[in-house]
Design a protein around this ligand. Structure first.
Ligand code: G3H
Ligand code: 13P
Ligand code: ZN
Length: 309
């Protein structure tokens, strides 16, 4: 099976009341951990690559790793650019075999966001590739964007119909209170489900995307802290909120920090228990296994997409 776009996946997810997991990939062990989990539970997948990941691992290596995973698993997998920040970057990923790109113009004024997103959509659609746009601003840090809490803003439901119809995007990322990274909430976790419901009402049948959806699983934070780490106050989106989102118009849920945390906690523990080991396979193997178990849990218990491939 070749790489697929997200069109069919999102249609089924919307109708079936579940979401597709979009997991960030940076190296072979991460690709293997995620895709082995999806194979075991027969789930469709989106593997996404940030511009930072592309700089780190190089475009061709990541494409070939994902192609190898498709050959090994036979699953429907979409390869997506996460947080594309320019037409040129999106074009390079489209020309280089990605089946989906995000153009993140959320930091731009409305009209400029429309103009840039529309330009990417025209090129992408002419090449059989789908596009995710973004309206509203998440707080947090990612490679290309750093948004302080004061600058973050919920998506305005009054803008979504015009944005979608004028740009022609295939899915829309919205801001309802999640943020990137491991420190999402200072106090109680709160998501604006009222805004999500209003957006879904304005865009019937249209796939919505939730970024910043790691749960920052306490077991892994505790392990990091136990073995020499320092992550006081790390906090993510409670799983029951993600389950609720997955049953709504949200068809794609983005997870990266949880994978990083699972990997780091496992490697920290490994070295604490085996200080004399130095073969990378000895610690990358358990890290890959930790990612696999975590992703299986997400696919079955959080996203609800197990058995939907
Ligand atoms: O939302 C951003 C993702 O977590 C990717 O992070 O840009 O550090 O690769 P990165
Ligand atoms: P997390 O930092 O919550 O994993 O979010 C990842 C994300 O939104 C990637 O685009
Ligand atoms: Zn994101």
């Amino acid at each position: 099976m070749p790489l697929v776009t997200t069109t069919e996946m999102f249609k089924k997810a919307y109708e079936g009341g579940y979401a597709i997991g979009a997991f960030n990939v940076n190296n072979m062990e991460i690709v293997q951990g995620i895709t082995e989990a999806a194979k075991e539970v027969n789930a469709p997948l989106i593997l996404q690559v940030s511009s930072g990941a592309r700089k780190y691992a190089k475009h061709t290596y990541l494409v070939k790793l994902v192609e190898a995973a498709i050959e090994e698993t036979g699953l429907p997998i979409a390869l997506h650019l996460d947080h594309g920040d320019s037409f040129e970057l999106c074009k390079s990923c489209i020309d280089g075999g990605f089946t989906s790109v995000m153009i993140d113009g959320s930091h731009l004024p409305f009209e400029e966001n429309i103009k840039l997103t529309k330009q990417v959509v025209e090129y992408a659609h002419a090449h059989g590739v789908v596009v995710e746009g973004e309206l509203g601003r998440l707080a947090g840090i990612e490679d290309a964007v750093n948004v302080s809490e004061e600058d973050a803003a919920f998506t305005n439901p009054d803008e979504v119909e015009e944005f979608v119809s004028r740009t022609g995007v295939d899915s829309l990322a919205i801001a309802i209170g999640t943020s990137h990274g491991a420190y999402k909430f200072k106090g109680e976790a709160k998501l604006r489900f009222d805004i999500l419901e209003e957006i879904a009402r304005r865009l019937p049948g249209f796939p919505i995307v939730l970024h910043g959806a790691s749960s920052v699983i306490p077991e892994f934070v505790e392990k990091v802290n136990k073995y020499g780490g320092n992550m006081p106050g790390a906090k993510g989106v409670p799983e029951e909120m993600l389950r609720k989102a997955a049953q709504s118009a949200v068809c794609k849920i983005n997870i990266d920090s949880d994978l990083r945390l699972a990997m780091t906690a496992t490697i920290r523990e490994y070295f604490a228990l085996h200080p004399d080991h130095f073969d990378p396979r000895q610690y990358l193997g358990p890290a890959r296994e930790a990612i696999k178990e975590l992703v299986k849990h997400k696919l079955i218990n959080v996203l609800g997409c197990a058995g939907k491939a």
